[in-house]
Design a protein around this ligand. Structure first.
Ligand SMILES: C[S@@+](CC[C@H](N)C(=O)[O-])C[C@H]1O[C@@H](n2cnc3c(N)ncnc32)[C@H](O)[C@@H]1O
Length: 192
């Protein structure tokens, strides 16, 4: 079995070329991206959230699966990095780019279950403030994190953070999670 994606977003190569040029090495793996596109396609008209836009690879995958009525909010603290994503994906009216620390963004949110899928790719919403992120998800919404397996870009002290996160997952109330030792290491969970 060759588990390579059957389809790739047309814009992806240009995004990855800019990532290479600017030295950004944290874009999602293609298998993860393909899964994100599939999950996005399962929620026509859904509201999607990405914390940590990076240069836009994840957003390219998500939007490639999203229907025309679906919407993606993607939040990034580094304006320069997000500018690459805006350059490539800014013409897509389904995407709202937010330049903010995800921690501050979470604090600013009105209470309410409104997202159908969250792809959390930075510390807030994953290692920090998981309950605040989960409170924004509708019942049946999906939660996806990657990079659960060791990555070359990790700081030295990161492994215990990941280990603690994985250990706490079974105790999270109202969700059904599956850890996957596949691609960069994923957790896919559904809000109950
Ligand atoms: C792994 S990369 C994102 C890759 C992207 N999601 C993708 O799939 O291609 C993580 C990104 O999160 C951003 N980031 C780190 N801490 C953040 C924070 N507290 N709030 C928002 N973004 C943050 C980093 O600048 C970086 O661009």
């Amino acid at each position: 079995m060759r588990d390579v994606p059957y389809q790739r977003p047309a814009v992806l190569d240009a995004i990855l070329a800019d990532a290479a040029r600017t030295g950004f090495a944290m874009s999602c793996e293609e298998r993860t991206g393909s899964l994100l596109a599939t999950l996005a396609a399962s929620k026509p008209g859904g509201r999607f959230l990405e914390l940590g836009t990076g240069v836009g690879a994840g957003a390219a995958w998500l939007t490639s699966g999203m229907g025309s009525m679906a919407r993606l909010t993607t939040v990034e603290v580094d304006q320069e990095v997000q500018a690459v994503a805006r350059r490539h994906l800014g013409g897509d009216p389904r995407i709202e780019f937010v330049h903010s620390d995800a921690d501050a963004w979470l604090t600013a949110q009105e209470p309410g279950e409104r997202y159908d899928l969250a792809y959390v790719d930075c510390r807030p919403g994953k290692y920090l403030r998981l309950p605040d992120l989960l409170a924004l998800l509708r019942p049946g919404a999906l939660y996806v994190v990657d990079d659960m397996l060791p990555q070359a870009t990790w700081p030295e002290d990161h492994q215990p953070r990941v280990d603690g996160f994985l250990e706490r997952l079974p105790e999270v109330p109202n969700w059904r999670a599956t850890p996957m030792s596949w691609s960069s290491g994923l957790v896919v969970a559904a809000r109950i």
